[in-house]
Ligand binder design. Sequence first.
Ligand code: GUN
Length: 295
Amino acid sequence: MILLDGRKTSNDIKEEIAKEVQEMKENGERVPHLAAVLVGSDGASLTYVGSKVKACERVGFESTLIQLPHTVSEVELLETIHDLNDNDEIDGFIVQLPLPKQINAQKVLLAVDPEKDVDGFHPTNFGKMALDMSTFIPATPFGILTLLERFKVETKGKHTVVIGRSHIVGRPMSILMGRKGFPGNSTVTLTHSYTKDIKAITLQADIIVTALGVPGFLTADMVNEDVVIIDVGITRVTDETKAKGYYITGDVDFENVSKKASYITPVPGGVGPMTIAMLLKNTLIARDRRSQSGK
Ligand code: GUN
């Protein structure tokens, strides 16, 4: 079994990005600038956004964190987005999800300038992804593809089963794994809450990508020998014996499934750190594109 070590791989990518930023500085060029909008103070969202900002500092990017109260109106949030769209200093930005109930998330995603949409959630970018056009690939799927690529995991002709159809992970993964090229050329099955007898399907899988958020969902009896496991689940489980009062766990019964797997991502330390590295990569791409168009 080979561990798909996202911590090490993401550190490698961050070092590569930091080198590019250093060269930009030496050439007197403006460095990439990422902004993040956080609405409210949900613990997990605060942690994610904090990690994104910290990662920017580490590679030498500029970063801006805009925190809005959970009571913010949709109009105010849309104004913030328009300001970021118009601000020439900002190369890319994200609006951390989920958003409070009073805000229509679809309206928000549509308001983001596709050229600055480093999350890749705008329909223009999502459509381009589906059509194999150059675009921003959402950070978590981009991170999974990069892990498969760097560990040279064969995907051609394999059966990839994706569990969960979220717009952030499951849906884009199902599109990307079926695209031409590497990683891709897979036969894809997208499963969800209405799928009947999911075990019968996972037992036919060469690669399983699970993005459910249900701890221990995927058990050893549901997988074949030599399966490749990508665990995207990140659930906080309350545990008073831990310093933080919780521990993080994935969708996979790691202890038992890892005995059968050829490759497997750990949680934490697998897909999570890759997501942040790929957001930085998308921001670097945004900066390059903008500088080519004279901005
Ligand atoms: N919430 C959970 N994952 C993500 C992500 O990748 N981007 C944003 N903006 N919000 C998220």
